[in-house]
Ligand binder design. Structure first.
Ligand code: ADP
Length: 979
């Protein structure tokens, strides 16, 4: 019988089923489901719901009639909805036919409004206990009025009905309101995500024994760092230094970077996709991803962290590259991680039954030979498949759903295809300044040596900038003797640092004291070239692990290996030896040496390929160049590092060294080639800048390749090249937001940008510039008309240096420092800036920690500024005293146009003082005072002042202490005020 017939035949029973309880809840729940499945249009829903005078029975009949008139499909949906909503006892007597299975919505962008509709039944349950909070949020964000709230909260409505009314109103308010509600839900949901608990879990003996074995194997594997020989004196415990971990961009305009701990990385914090199991830890090469994972493994094995995970399976993507067999997940786990001595079946069944107690980690997805793809489904944990298929299905969650997967990768290598399967992204940003300090002290047990190393870093800020990346910090610490031996500048570029480590390794091994009269490069030329060839061949085929025969075929001897650049990888096979470079960056460096020093023509053809810029259509975030299996030389992250080294080696600074082993013609030709590639790359970049819209500045948004090209130019240390490249840039504004810019990149940027033809706006918001980065930027401050450094971990110390230089830079007129780590101590510097620089126009210091004391200091400068037009202090705590000080200082300003003291605990006294600014000013256009504690009394001062002011166009006062009646009354009096 068709669904339509079933509805008709059972009409009376169905109506009865909906009405017998006397509440509208079953009917409303059925409607929720029909809406979410798109079986009913919004109009249908309103038809059934509208008219409060209708009885429950008449609404139920209308529902049935409507479904019937819509046809068989709608009736099938209706019966399914009844089946889901009615209690079992009521279902016995009804025939539901074959019920409809809800499909998961198609992938791709769907609007927030549609998401709310699709999730409606679930939302009713989820929001039931937090309607008031949700309403508050919507009111605060300006999407609901208080009378709409009161209407929703009428006590005649049940909590579920209140949610439904809320959802209905939000739908009509549109996308903005829907987004706010979704964000609210996400926040509250994340807070409520239950942590898997192992209480009451009965652990079979086979699992307990396996856990023990796994722990001891992981413990042994994680004891030493691979960059320190196992016989060395350092264990991971000795040298591990916490790196900076930050949650990735949350989308939806949330730009706050949140720091997280090691445990948070795996936990619920920062979850953006609750359906996904995979957490990504991303960072650049050498930022400490593998070491972080190693620490996590070690602490888990010691039962110090993540004890809700009974079993942890560590994988290395490098090693997975060497697995060519077809395997099942079960085989993969046992063969690659730890072989079970007990009952395999029972153990594996336990994993399947308790996925939430299991953690898989995959180190170095960027080194996996094949780029992530989601086109091949494989769901069976016991059926065999190729390793890439297994890995990709694990990450997607189609295999072993519920098991937490933690994967590390270089940021540039994360594909857009993978992103939808990520539960969250955590960025590993290397060491903080304190981290560098701590690392150096751990590395040198002699405090005297440690402090000399740190001193020499302080005097070479370019090198200090590099040390934020742990692998460079390690090299610098390792080569401390060479470092302390430098009389003047010391290493400046990454290439300098790697040349230093090369010499260090070679010298360390020269014990005989024999000197042949040759330079170190000549003496070790054969070894360097053999290792270089191995490195390059590896990169071209995504090989990071080399067999003994790979090594021998290139004439690499035991003695060469003994130099220490290659280390043995003991995890591949017990029978034969396998080697890898000490770190990927070292493999890239040896490749670069080979490319630079090998005289054959092949190397000339490699250079243009190496410097090929990716399509300029790609955005700065989530950059990806699709990798294809076995496609040689198609790995941008490796390309980028290698080409940087090639640029560095071809720098005029190193010509005399290289000429010892390379004919001058070859060197010159390659040098020319690289310079041409860099110029062309930058030029292409500039050409892609769109023409400005009329009235706007010509603005350049950085494409992924921009920072890389800048870094290559810096490595070359060729100011003439920088000058000639910059001569072609026409933009007036450079936007480099979210580009992963740390101190190292700042050094390179300043080296190049200082040659700009005229002043620009430099926008570096949401990067990791920090105080060291600020210092590195100073050489280009004279070409910055405005400098945007929002969200950049900058403290008062950085500001002190910035201002010291800033006062000397005529063009420098605007600075934005929203959301940094500034305190009252920064105010004296800004006061000095305002007093000294008589053309300074804009100071934005929102969301820092400035109190009344800071405001009072700042006022000293404000009073003397003949030019300040914009002052932003949103989200500080200056209070009444601070507002009064600022107001008094600005009373006679002839230039102030815009002032914000939003969210600053300003009360009536502050308002009264600010009213005098309004009254006296003939330039002020906007005054922002939302979210303060101003009452009617304070508002009166402001309104009276407005009566005598004709320049102000907007005064913002929402979120102050006013009743609804007061708002209504005051709104009529002055149209320029928004309450
Ligand atoms: P990535 O995996 O991001 O390329 P690694 O974890 O291999 O970087 O780090 C490279 C080197 O830097 C390590 O071998 C180690 O010497 C040093 N290092 C990285 N992170 C840390 C840390 N947290 N503490 C101490 N040393 C570290």
């Amino acid at each position: 019988m068709s669904a339509q017939q079933l509805v008709l035949r059972q009409r009376a029973e169905l109506v009865q089923a909906l009405c017998c309880g006397g509440t509208a809840e079953p009917l409303d729940s059925v409607l929720d489901l029909l809406l979410s499945w798109s079986a009913f249009e919004w109009e249908d829903y309103l038809n059934v719901c509208c008219g409060t005078a209708k009885t429950l029975c008449s609404r139920s009949r209308e529902l049935l009639d409507l479904a019937y008139s819509k046809g068989d499909d709608a009736c099938c949906h209706l019966l399914t909805a009844f089946h889901q909503v009615l209690p079992d006892a009521q279902k016995d007597t009804l025939n539901f036919g074959s019920t409809y299975t809800a499909q998961k919505s198609q992938e791709g962008e769907i609007s927030a409004t549609l998401t709310l509709l699709g999730d409606r039944p679930g939302l009713v349950t989820k929001l039931r206990n937090s309607v008031d909070e949700a309403l508050d949020e919507l009111v605060q964000k300006g999407f609901l009025t208080s009378s709409e709230c009161e209407d929703i909260q009428l006590p005649v409505h049940t909590a579920s009905q209140q949610v439904r009314r809320l959802l209905d109103i939000v739908k009509f308010k549109g996308e903005g309101a829907a987004k706010v509600l979704l964000q609210f839900l996400q926040k509250s949901q994340i807070e409520a995500v239950p942590q898997p608990t192992n209480e009451k879990l009965i652990i079979p003996t086979s699992v307990a024994e396996y856990q023990k074995k796994l722990c001891s194997s992981i413990s042994a594997q994680s004891h030493f760092l691979s960059t320190y020989s196992p016989t060395g004196r350092f264990s991971l415990d000795d040298v591990y230094t916490e790196g900076l971990l930050e949650l990735g961009q949350q989308g939806c305009g949330n730009t706050t970077l949140v720091s997280v701990t090691l445990e948070d990385v795996v936990g619920a914090t920062g979850t953006v996709n609750v359906e996904a199991d995979t957490v990504l830890v991303s960072g650049e090469a050498g930022s400490g991803k593998s070491t972080f994972l190693q620490r996590l493994h070690q602490l888990w094995a010691r039962k110090t962290v993540l004890q809700n995970y009974l079993l942890l399976f560590p994988f290395s993507c490098r090693k997975l590259n060497t697995e060519h067999r077809e395997l099942s997940v079960k085989d993969l786990l046992f063969l690659h991680c730890c072989w079970p001595d007990g009952d395999q079946e029972e153990l594996f069944q336990f994993l399947l039954d308790h996925p939430h107690t299991v953690l898989f980690t995959f180190d170095g997805l960027d080194e996996f030979k094949q780029a992530f793809a989601d086109d091949q489904r494989h769901c069976s944990p016991t059926q065999s498949a190729k390793v890439p298929v297994l890995l990709f299905n694990l990450l997607q969650g189609s295999l072993m759903k519920g098991v937490r997967k933690l994967v590390t990768s270089r940021t540039e290598a994360v594909s857009f295809t993978l992103r939808p399967y990520l539960c969250k992204e955590v960025l590993l940003k290397g060491f903080s300044p304190d981290g560098i300090d701590c690392f150096v002290k751990k590395h040198h047990s002699d405090p005297g040596v440690a402090s000399r190393v740190l001193q020499s870093l302080q005097s070479n800020t370019a090198l200090l900038g590099l040390c934020h990346i742990p692998v460079f910090c390690w090299i610098v610490s390792k080569c401390y003797k060479e470092l302390l031996g430098f009389s003047s500048t010391g290493p400046q570029t990454i290439t300098d640092v790697y040349l230093m480590v090369l010499q260090h390794f070679f010298h360390r091994r020269i014990s005989s004291g024999k000197t042949s009269g040759k330079s170190w490069l000549q003496e070790h030329f054969r070894t360097i070239m053999a290792l270089g060839k191995l490195a390059l061949q590896g990169l071209e085929h995504s090989h990071y692990i080399f067999s003994e025969s790979d090594v021998q075929n290139l004439g690499i001897t035991e003695e060469d290996i003994g130099k220490g650049f290659l280390i043995q990888n003991k995890n591949i096979s017990l029978d034969t030896k396998h080697y890898e470079f000490l770190h990927l960056t070292l493999q890239c460096f040896f490749s670069a040496l080979f490319i630079t020093l090998d005289p054959s023509n092949n190397m000339h053809s490699i250079i243009p390929r190496l410097f090929q810029t990716p399509s300029s259509s790609m955005g700065c975030l989530g950059i990806c160049h699709p990798r294809k299996c076995d496609q040689p030389g198609n790995e941008p992250p490796n390309h980028e590092i290698t080409s940087m080294f090639v640029s560095g080696l071809l720098s005029p600074c190193h010509h005399s060294l290289l000429l010892q082993c390379c004919p001058i013609q070859t060197l010159q030709r390659k040098c020319k080639q690289v310079m041409k590639c860099l110029s062309k790359g930058m030029h292409n970049h500039f050409k892609s800048i769109p023409q400005p819209i009329k009235g706007e500045k010509k603005s350049m948004h950085a494409m992924p390749a921009f920072i890389w090209l800048i870094k290559c130019i810096y490595e070359m240390q060729d100011s003439e090249l920088a000058k000639s490249v910059m001569a072609k840039l026409e933009a007036e504004h450079l936007k480099l937001t979210y580009c992963n810019i740390g101190p190292l990149e700042c050094t390179a940027l300043a080296f190049v940008l200082q040659h700009l033809k005229g002043p620009v706006g430099l926008q570096l918001d949401s990067n990791s510039v920090g105080d060291v980065g600020v210092e590195q930027l100073l050489p280009c401050l004279h070409v910055c008309r405005s400098l945007y450094l929002r969200h950049n971990n900058i403290t008062d110390e950085g500001i002190s240096k910035l201002v010291e230089k800033g006062v000397e830079c005529e063009a420098f007129q605007k600075i934005a420092l929203f959301n940094n780590k500034l305190t009252d101590a920064c105010a004296q510097h800004f006061a000095y800036l305002l007093k000294t620089k008589q053309n300074f126009a804009s100071l934005r210091l929102g969301n820092n920690n400035i109190t009344a004391a800071g405001a009072e200091q700042l006022a000293e400068g404000l009073r003397c500024s003949p030019s300040l037009r914009f002052l932003g202090l949103w989200g500080n705590t200056v209070g009444d005293a601070g507002a009064e000080a600022i107001a008094h200082a600005l009373e006679d300003s002839q230039t102030l146009e815009w002032l914000s003291l939003v969210d600053n605990r300003v009360g009536d006294a502050g308002a009264q003082a600010l009213a005098r600014v309004v009254e006296k000013s003939s330039t002020l256009k906007e005054l922002w005072l939302n979210n303060n504690s101003i009452t009617r009394c304070g508002v009166e001062y402001l309104l009276q002042a407005l009566e005598r002011n004709s320049t102000v166009t907007a005064l913002w006062l929402t979120g102050n202490i006013l009743s609804q009646e007061e708002v209504e009354e005051l709104s009529i009096r002055e149209s320029r005020v928004t309450f």
